[in-house]
Design a protein around this ligand. Structure first.
Ligand code: HEC
Ligand code: HEC
Ligand code: HEC
Ligand code: HEC
Ligand code: HEC
Ligand code: HEC
Ligand code: HEC
Length: 325
């Protein structure tokens, strides 16, 4: 190899190697991500999943002395893969439910089974201090839904015990998080049969009620219900104080302005992190709320393009050298 070509080779190696190593590492990470969590209670839980894991279940009817097949209603089905990726994936079913459920038909008195609430386990626990459970509980108690507790409303109604997982705090895909969070509300507010369990009010059309908002579908994909329906609170990431409908945000300027409320709600996490790192100054931050989610994406695309152009130039350069020889 001629000295110049050798130098070019070294230069190329210097540029290319880190990206190959990085690429491999990412590959490994994403493979690890997709490996299913293995619960210490997997076998225990199968005692329940054999019936509750899908629609069809089977049991032996002792008085008839034969095997019976039947269908479970959808509310009683617990999805295995959702359960094993939820926050409480490391639990056994019988940590929260009575051991007596292993019998079938389930004993009648279990219908009156008491349920733990979040604070029973998380209250005053240092390990979960970052979530401020007590503060969330205090907000919930002021929220419009709290008056429905007598009708059966609890934290579990929004945090499905078998599938809830933290989203906003860990998100790598904001659109997905927005959809996840909105589905929590829509699970009731777009399903009248569920609402009926807790209220005598007549059915309303949610889309009509938000008619005043232009490009409704696009807005609902870019913001969450809680942006407009809660009072923001600096000390928790997700405000839980859902205000009466009259106090919901309607003004366009609340979001479409320099002092957008989104900086204290949807983008709170980023704005805090960024301020801490001094990565962007406050002014840019305040103006970039709408494209905020795309900020890194564009930076990534630009830096990737510069990188590929450099590589391309080097390759062309080497080719010319070889051809000239
Ligand atoms: C042989 C099938 C079968 C097995 C095994 C089974 N279940 Fe069930 N389970 C059902 C059916 C059917 C219902 C709905 C009818 C009823 O409430 O009895 C039900 C209802 C329930 C309910 C709701 C009760 C209510 O008050 O509405 C809970 C909670 C429950 N099961 C938990 C469990 C747990 C926990 C296990 C495992 C330890 C388990 N089940 C094992 C078939 C089964
Ligand atoms: C972290 C606690 C927890 C764990 C773990 C748990 N459950 Fe539940 N489960 C609950 C609570 C709380 C409810 C009542 C939900 C409500 O009120 O909306 C419930 C309700 C149910 C119901 C009745 C469905 C309904 O909507 O009323 C079934 C069936 C059930 N659980 C089965 C299971 C099975 C099977 C497992 C294990 C794979 C399991 N649960 C694990 C807390 C738990
Ligand atoms: C029976 C006790 C119990 C109940 C009830 C309970 N949790 Fe948990 N929760 C735990 C434990 C234990 C963990 C840690 C699980 C682990 O690390 O595998 C946990 C984990 C979590 C996490 C994840 C924390 C992290 O750092 O990843 C969140 C969020 C959470 N719970 C929220 C809730 C909410 C909201 C409720 C009520 C709707 C609730 N929990 C009810 C015991 C409970
Ligand atoms: C009206 C629906 C609703 C009710 C009721 C509700 N939550 Fe939430 N909660 C949410 C939503 C939406 C999120 C955002 C989920 C995400 O993106 O991580 C959330 C997030 C959380 C988080 C994670 C916050 C973080 O910093 O990452 C905790 C902890 C929590 N809720 C606890 C509770 C407790 C405790 C209660 C009852 C006192 C409760 N929630 C009642 C809707 C609700
Ligand atoms: C841009 C702000 C905004 C967003 C986003 C938003 N809402 Fe609203 N919402 C409002 C306002 C303002 C009202 C009051 C409308 C009125 O009184 O006519 C309202 C009314 C409501 C009502 C009461 C309807 C009634 O008259 O009983 C419900 C329920 C509701 N919204 C749920 C939701 C849900 C669920 C989502 C998410 C899918 C959502 N909202 C998203 C601003 C918003
Ligand atoms: C378990 C079902 C359920 C879930 C989940 C739920 N809601 Fe509700 N919500 C209700 C019921 C029931 C009412 C009372 C409706 C009535 O009486 O007209 C209500 C009322 C409301 C109202 C109107 C309050 C008023 O002043 O009349 C708003 C706004 C609202 N919910 C927003 C939300 C938001 C935002 C979320 C998600 C973070 C959410 N809800 C999740 C059941 C639910
Ligand atoms: C809760 C915050 C919030 C409120 C309130 C709000 N917007 Fe928006 N709006 C957004 C966000 C975020 C986007 C960015 C959508 C995207 O490009 O992802 C947006 C986008 C838009 C767009 C571009 C639509 C598109 O399809 O990309 C228009 C037009 C708009 N808003 C008008 C309004 C008007 C008019 C009002 C008042 C009636 C309003 N907005 C109220 C947050 C809000």
């Amino acid at each position: 190899m001629k000295p110049l070509n050798f130098r070019l080779f070294i230069l190329f190696a210097f540029i290319a190697l880190p990206s190959v190593v990085y690429g491999l590492k990412r590959e490994k990470l994403s493979v690890q991500d997709s490996i299913l969590y293995v619960s210490p209670f997997q076998d225990d839980n199968e005692r329940c999943f054999k019936c509750h894991g899908q629609e069809k279940y089977e049991y032996t009817n002792e008085s008839l002395g034969k095997q019976v097949k039947a269908l479970l209603c959808s509310d009683r089905i617990v999805n295995r893969s959702e359960f094993y990726s939820a926050n409480h994936k490391s639990f056994s079913c019988t940590d929260c439910h009575s051991e007596a459920y292993t019998k079938f038909p389930h004993p009648g008195e279990l219908r009156m089974e008491m349920q733990y609430n979040c604070l029973d386990c998380h209250g005053g626990d240092e390990a979960f201090a970052i979530f401020s459970f007590e503060e969330i509980d205090a907000e919930y108690q002021q929220s419009v839904h709290f008056r429905l507790e007598n009708e059966g409303f609890t934290c579990w109604k929004c945090h499905n015990p078998h599938s809830y997982k933290i989203s906003r705090r860990n998100t790598t895909n904001l659109k997905e998080t927005i959809q996840y969070d909105n589905n929590i509300c829509l699970n009731c507010h777009s399903d009248f049969s569920r609402l009926q369990l807790m209220t005598e009010s007549k059915e309303i059309n949610l889309m009509e009620k938000h008619d005043w908002l232009p490009n409704q579908t696009s807005h609902f994909r870019s913001i969450r219900c809680i942006e407009c329906h809660t009072k923001t609170n600096d000390s928790i990431l997700i405000s839980h104080f859902i205000v009466p409908k009259e106090d919901a945000i309607r003004g366009c300027n609340e979001c479409h302005s320099k002092n957008s409320i989104l900086m204290t709600s949807l983008y709170k996490f980023e704005s805090k992190e960024n301020r801490k790192d001094g990565f962007l100054n406050g002014i840019i931050l305040n103006e970039s709320y709408v494209i905020g989610a795309n900020r890194n994406k564009y930076l990534n695309i630009i830096s990737l393009s510069i990188f590929s152009i450099v590589i391309l130039m080097i390759i062309i350069h080497i080719l010319f050298r070889i051809l000239k020889k």
